[in-house]
Write a protein that binds this ligand. Structure first.
Ligand SMILES: O=C(O)CCC(=O)C(=O)O
Ligand SMILES: [Fe+2]
Length: 182
């Protein structure tokens, strides 16, 4: 787990939120359950409803300079970050406990608009070990190692609107992963 405060300047933050405003976001769906958060996937789409994994609309150019910086922060090539998930959490929206899908490897998230707490938990013999890490607007985090693969994370229901841009790399050859139904 690594953090970069102020990966985004205040004027870029405004521009990015404006760019997100021009994207058609839809309520996140999971097996018929409608989440409160609104999302759009670019580059690749993992459909939580069907388990299908496929190419999606290319990442809009408005987000490419940020992708280059996110990749540099994570020690990756910009082209490695082939997926972008755009999320808006309105008041009352959060994200429940999960680990990101194994089709993805590196995860770099950028927070916009409002601070949030990213909570982590991992099962122990007696219950759960827990941590909570603050995510400041304009900061970036990278999930790697144990935080990425062993710990679950979640974000509590927001009281003010927050946006996040999550860039991900693929864990392997997409054709092979699709055949294996990952
Ligand atoms: O909003 C965030 O920064 C986290 C989102 C997240 O955990 C996910 O989409 O997998
Ligand atoms: Fe996640």
């Amino acid at each position: 787990m690594a953090f970069a405060e102020d990966l985004v300047s205040q004027s870029e933050e405004v521009a990015l939120i404006t760019a997100i405003g021009s994207i058609a976001l839809s309520p996140f769906r999971f097996h018929g359950w409608l989440g409160n958060r609104q999302t759009a996937s670019f580059g690749w789409l993992y459909d939580f409803e069907t388990g299908a994994f496929d190419r999606a609309t290319p990442i809009p150019s408005a987000f490419l300079p940020l992708r280059a910086r996110a990749a540099a922060f994570a020690g990756l090539a910009a082209d490695d970050l082939v997926q972008l998930l755009v999320t808006r959490y309105d008041p009352g929206a959060g994200i429940g406990w999960h680990r990101d899908r194994p089709v993805f490897e590196h995860v770099v998230g950028i927070s916009l608009g409002a601070p949030a707490a990213m909570r982590f938990r991992r099962r122990t013999a007696t219950g759960f070990a827990r941590h909570s890490l603050p995510l400041q607007p304009r900061s970036a985090y990278r999930l790697s190692g144990e935080a990425r693969h062993d710990w679950e994370h979640s974000i509590a229901e927001m009281t003010t609107t927050r946006w996040s841009l999550t860039f991900r790399s693929l864990a392997g050859d997409p054709n092979v992963m699709r055949q294996n139904g990952l």
